[in-house]
Design a protein around this ligand. Structure first.
Ligand code: ADP
Ligand code: MG
Length: 846
């Protein structure tokens, strides 16, 4: 049998000793080695033991080794050493050191002969810490702690530190346990010296050849401990640095180098650095091991080491120690998932996951721990959204049933349009109409790229409500956009004899009175406006449908207040910021989503290019060409006024520069947020009419300004905008048939900025762009302000954890369908209530 020789060699060491015998010998040597290490660490002072001195112990042990187990040669050598140790008390320090070192080397050599040679693959380490971890009780002094204890009760956390923790939002022990590492240094990858690669974190197990400490010749405050190491594949130098004069005393350096006498085995963890003399470690962690196979004491070496977002005045090691101290309490973390579901989902227990996220044994455990914790975050979020959705649907809404006649309002409107609806528009309209005839309120989101024709669909939906005998409201996030929608509606509704009014902050008192009266008596059918629509005196007589444009910009409370006006109306929200599915599920998980995924035909795609700031003149030439052909151009800037700090060219300055020096032959308009509403309207109108041909603007043009003749957009400091926003901005051109251009001026030297902008040059697919934007900048940035209503996700990433999100959503659906009020899932119910309480202060979710 092939396996036979192997089995033999595992029972018998190379010397022909039985396993028992060699174990006996090994434990004898281990005791000796420990004594030698201890003596070296204490400066060769001939330590006093309980019964005898170090030297006496050595003499005794060395003269009486386990009989007959050692090769004769070694036995003789041990005898010599025993004699030498007899005169140890009278020897000089250097002689003592030599003797100890010699003994260590001899023992080490014997041991290596006895122990089966380590194969030259990556070595393995035994994690002493990991083995102990499961049994370690709380450190004494922390015995009375629970998950709910204030952090100030943890040993080692004084009032000052507790205050710092409070600054991070960490008040209780359980908060600290849920303060997840933001990264890990992977010291668990064990390497041979030869296989080390620069830039990686790694651990090696090697033998010390030489060690010496010295003070830097160039800097008297810097001391260096240099170790020369070796393993079967090669040699390596490792340096540890000590900053500060107190470390530069020869005595201190000597004591340090004594820790690593030649011949001992060390485990070294750190970042591998390449250099002219080969690989080395930069200031690594080093632990002396009794043998290459003994377990490590260190909690860091050879492990996946957590890295926390730190607070001032707290070192990484200290933070890790504190977390480790309370980690045993994680075991008492209540499980929120039913056991059977947990197993079906192949998730670890939450308590185990918490331990593993802070103290992972390996990448695999870490991954599965992370999956569990991410799952929990998503599960709560989805439970909340789905419950909310169920609540929304539990109120009754008006049934907006129309006769569907050929001469009905909607049919006549569609006939008035100079174009047929695209298939996508038609499909979405059908979905909406199917919702409106139900007595549960619609909660639907239309997602569609810029220019996909959402407004037309919204108008058709509003007309359905009117045709059914109800009123409609159309809300926009800005006055400019509200006015624009109003004007669009005015193109069609008067011909259909449907009354429409605009209500904004700029509406006069008298006009406002009239509008409010007409709303209440029902003669006004459709009201367009900003948040002024939801101010208190605004009362509809029969509000059937609310359309909210650019919904994520609209405060949640504002929308809710509108919904509270009377019956629960149907709600249609629209967004042109395409949101990746993960984000949509997290943000609008309580909404049904319709997608207009097709642009009207006849659009020529926008040609996008990126240029450097110094090539601005190219962009201006392009504008000149286009404007001479009767087209119009936008120049977009990030800020209004000069900010010296950011060195941004302000819209005002650029406007002056362009109108007085660059485009003397054209009229250049200026649009920014500081203008009054009527001023803005005036500027936009003169641009639309062609009275001014170049419009310098801040991002206020972003939403909804619709001038089909505009064929060029130059975006200055494009690197300061998000991708989704740039995509939205450039959607302002290319709305007509003419070929359009977008020029992104990149003033940043950051290669990442360039890489980001290149996505826009390459792609015109809003969803793809949003997906990449999400990946590059994270959801908070993609959606803009805190207003975004995004929940706090401590660990979950909307860019990377899409699959877990889907699982969590399915599970939430299953749970709620079986147990709508979570009566049988009290833990989840509790957590959910706590979460909503926490969120109720902030804008959140519809
Ligand atoms: P969005 O709000 O989705 O960005 P709009 O509703 O403002 O897009 O439509 C952009 C432009 O396309 C408008 O000028 C609109 O009249 C026009 N449009 C809408 N639907 C169609 C269609 N099916 N065919 C051709 N043009 C359309
Ligand atoms: Mg629009």
């Amino acid at each position: 049998m092939v396996a036979e020789p192997f089995r033999q060699s595992s029972n018998q060491s190379t010397q022909g000793l039985s396993t028992d015998q060699s174990q006996h010998l090994l434990s004898w040597m281990r005791i000796l080695q420990q004594a030698l290490t201890l003596e070296a660490e204490n400066g060769f002072k001939n330590l006093e033991g309980r019964q005898e001195n170090f030297h006496a112990f050595l003499v005794r042990q060395l003269t009486d080794p386990p009989s007959g187990l050692l090769p004769t040669k070694s036995q003789a050598r041990l005898g010599q050493l025993a004699e030498a140790f007899a005169s140890y008390p009278d020897s000089s320090e250097s002689a003592r050191r030599r003797l100890v070192t010699d003994s260590r080397q001899l023992l080490h050599g014997i041991r290596q002969e006895l122990e089966p040679p380590t194969p030259i693959g990556p070595p393995r380490l035994k994690q002493g810490g990991a083995e102990r971890k499961r049994q370690i009780p709380l450190p004494s002094g922390n015995r009375s702690l629970t998950l709910e204890s204030p952090l100030s009760e943890v040993k080692g956390i004084g009032p000052k530190l507790a205050e710092r923790f409070a600054g991070l939002g960490l008040l209780l022990v359980k908060d600290l346990l849920q303060y997840y590492p933001r990264d890990y240094v992977d010291y668990s990858s064990l390497r041979r010296i030869q296989a080390l690669e620069a830039g990686e974190a790694a651990t090696i197990v090697a033998t010390v050849r030489r060690c010496h400490g010295f003070t830097s010749p160039r800097n008297p405050n810097l001391s260096i401990l240099e170790l020369q190491l070796q393993d079967p594949t090669g040699r390596l130098k490792v340096r540890r640095f000590f900053a500060g004069r107190r470390f530069s005393s020869p005595a201190y350096l000597k004591s340090q180098s004594r820790l690593y006498p030649p011949g001992v085995t060390v485990a070294v963890s750190g970042l591998v650095k390449g250099g002219p003399y080969g690989m080395s470690f930069q200031d690594p962690l080093i632990e002396v091991m009794e043998s290459p196979h003994s377990p490590l004491r260190s909690q860091s070496i050879g492990r996946l080491l957590p890295v926390y977002a730190l607070t001032e005045g707290l070192t990484a090691d200290r933070f890790r120690d504190l977390v480790r101290q309370v980690l045993p309490l994680a075991a008492s973390w209540p499980e929120s998932l039913p056991e059977q579901r947990r197993q079906a989902l192949r998730l670890p227990r939450r308590s185990d996951a918490l331990v593993a996220i802070h103290h992972p044994d390996d990448q695999h455990t870490l991954k599965s721990a992370r999956r569990r914790l991410v799952f929990d975050e998503f599960l709560l979020l989805q439970l909340g959204l789905l419950k909310r959705r169920a609540e929304l649907r539990s109120c009754s809404a008006p049934v907006l049933q129309t006769a569907g006649r050929r001469d009905g309002l909607v049919a006549r409107f569609l006939e008035l349009l100079p174009f047929p609806l695209t298939a996508a528009q038609q499909r979405v309209l059908t979905e909406i109409e199917a919702d409106l005839v139900l007595s549960e309120p619609m909660a639907r989101l239309i997602q569609g790229d810029v220019g996909s024709g959402k407004t037309v669909v919204a108008i058709a939906a509003l007309l359905t409500a009117v045709e059914a005998g109800w009123q409609g409201a159309f809300m926009a996030p800005t006055e400019v956009l509200a006015e624009q929608h109003y004007r669009t509606l005015c193109c069609w509704l008067p011909q259909l004899h449907v009354s429409v009014e605009l209500l904004t902050g700029a509406t006069t008192r008298i006009r406002r009175r009239q509008i409010l009266d007409d709303l209440v008596n029902g003669s006004l059918k459709i009201l367009v406006g900003t948040h002024a629509l939801i101010e208190d005196p605004v009362a509809f007589s029969r509000l059937g449908l609310v359309v909210v444009d650019e919904q994520h910009r609209f405060g949640v409370k504002q929308r809710n207040r509108l919904l509270n006006k009377g019956l629960q109306p149907h709600l249609l929200t629209m967004t042109a910021t395409p949101i990746p599915r993960t984000l949509a599920l997290s943000l609008h998980g309580d909404l049904d989503v319709s997608q207009i995924d097709e642009l009207p035909p006849g659009r020529t795609p926008i040609q996008t290019q990126m240029i450097k700031g110094c090539d601005r003149d190219q962009a201006y030439q392009l504008i000149r060409d286009q404007v001479s052909r009767g087209q119009r151009a936008y120049v977009v800037l990030p800020l209004i006024e000069d900010s010296e700090k950011l060195d941004l060219r302000s819209a005002v300055k650029v406007h002056t520069h362009l109108s007085e020096q660059v485009f003397e032959e054209f009229t250049v308009g200026l649009l920014h947020g500081r203008l009054s509403s009527s001023e803005k309207q005036g500027v936009i109108q003169s641009f639309a009419a062609g009275d001014c041909q170049v419009l310098v603007s801040t991002t206020v043009v972003e939403v909804g300004v619709d001038v089909p003749q505009a064929s060029v957009m130059v975006i200055d400091h494009a690197d300061r905008f998000g991708l989704a926003q740039l995509h939205q901005l450039r959607g302002r051109v290319g709305r007509g048939a003419a070929a359009s251009h977008c020029v992104l001026i990149n003033d940043s030297t950051n290669p990442l900025a360039r890489q980001r902008l290149e996505v826009l040059v390459r792609s015109s697919d809003g969803f793809e762009i949003a997906e990449i934007d999400l990946r590059l900048r994270g959801p908070g940035q993609v959606l803009g302000t805190k207003q975004s209503g995004l929940p706090d996700l401590a660990l979950a990433s909307l860019a990377d954890d899409g699959a877990v999100l889907e699982e969590a959503r399915d599970e939430a659906q299953r749970l709620l369908s079986e147990d709508p009020n979570l009566t049988d899932h009290s833990r989840l119910k509790e957590l959910l209530e706590a979460q909503w309480q926490h969120l109720s202060g902030t804008a959140h979710l519809n």
